[in-house]
Design a protein around this ligand. Structure first.
Ligand code: HPA
Ligand code: MG
Length: 222
């Protein structure tokens, strides 16, 4: 099984954001007018995400540099992270004498309604898989376990998982991706391709925001 248990201490488990991290005030950054009322703070600025992604790319290069890989992007929320990670890997390849031949494939998962995880997991796409899976967010870990079972059925030589965000969820399975960007508190975040009922993916400034409660109430799907 790809990934690892949470209590390992000898590996890079990501930048840990504490429960009392207030984020940055919105007015320190530019964000789209139409979302301003619904957002609470800038949780992780885009530049920090990009710098961390660059480091994950380097770790991936160090581990996988000699393999041909298929990058499996987990849609929809993972598209921005995956695109940026692949770009970073390409830049690193250009500036080193390593090569990492890559194909990019896509799989679509949906397990969230409003801000709640549901038991229903829909998987679409990806017939020929894979070595490196890129997902933007891992919370309980249940979705990831289901996805990995699906991927393992194709008997790839190796599977590695990169997750930008891992939530500290009390009911979590303990699952940790092989490469973690940030460990965050159990709060709902949007932006950088992460949505709330399809809203906020267009925060192309790529900041991660927490939603204000009024937005949840307005947009809830019953
Ligand atoms: N935001 C967006 N999508 C998600 C989240 C989140 O916090 N957790 C799981 N899917
Ligand atoms: Mg979603």
């Amino acid at each position: 099984m790809a990934g690892r248990e949470r209590n390992q201490t000898d590996m890079d488990k990501g930048i840990v954001i504490p429960d009392d991290w207030p984020g940055y005030p919105l007015d320190l950054f530019t964000s789209p007018e139409h979302y301003c009322e619904d957002l609470e703070c800038v949780y992780i600025p885009h530049g920090v995400i990009m710098d961390r992604t660059e480091r994950l790319a380097r770790n991936i290069m160090d581990d996988l540099g000699d393999h041909d890989i298929v990058v499996l992007c987990v849609l929809k929320g993972g598209y921005q992270f995956c695109a940026d990670l692949v770009d970073c890997i390409k830049v690193l390849c250009r500036h080193s004498n390593k090569t990492l031949p890559m194909r990019v494939d896509f799989i679509r998962l949906k397990s969230y309604l409003n801000d709640q995880s549901t038991e229903d997991l829909h998987i679409e796409g990806a017939e020929n898989l894979s070595v490196l899976s890129g997902k933007a967010i891992v919370d309980t870990g249940k979705t990831m376990k289901t996805l990995l079972d699906h991927v393992e059925a194709f008997s790839p030589k190796m599977i590695k998982v990169a997750g930008l965000l891992v939530k500290r969820v009390p009911s979590g399975t303990g699952y940790l991706p092989d490469y973690v960007g940030f460990e965050i508190p159990n709060r709902f975040v949007v932006g950088y391709a992460l949505d709330y009922n399809e809203y906020f993916r267009d925060l192309n400034l790529c900041l991660i925001f927490l939603c204000g409660k009024q937005f949840f109430d307005k947009q809830k799907v019953q």
